[in-house]
Design a protein around this ligand. Sequence first.
Ligand code: ZN
Length: 189
Amino acid sequence: MIEELSRLPGIGAKSAQRLAFYILHMPKEDVRRLSETLTDAREHVRYCKECYTLTDSEVCPICANAKRNHRQIMVVEDSRDLNAYEKTGEYEGVYHVLHGAISPMQGIGPDDIRLKELMQRLQQTDVDEVIIATNSSLEGETTAMYISKLLKPTGILTTRIASGVPVGGDLEYIDEVTLLRALQGRTTL
Ligand code: ZN
């Protein structure tokens, strides 16, 4: 058990031991529910066929919501960034999840992230604005530049969130106020 737990990211040998002992002292029923939740999530989770976020249905609840503005698409690196923006409760558009960022250093090119899917989506639907909300890391900026170049010929308004987000900052760790400020202060690319 300790061995299995210590394979998880951010869990060292000590934490794994602590978790293992904690689980051993949990009521059997709680342990069963935890393990069922894990198995269930892993088995049913898939990509939303519109925005590619992780979900347990064909189309995620955000894409399925008619009240959202489907003509405004925010491009984020992963589902955790989407969740961070959702927590602000202020963004009414929809998303597109890339599942990564372009990184020549790590050998991750444009074809390794869900960029083709974004371009296909833009051909199939009328969109007023694409907001690029990738991280402000080198990879995030490279990706933003690449997308804005791809979108130039389409004539779709392309904006980038403002740099209220600290350089090198991971979106998921930034507080909601900063995220909102970054969204409201976005600039046209
Ligand atoms: Zn979706």
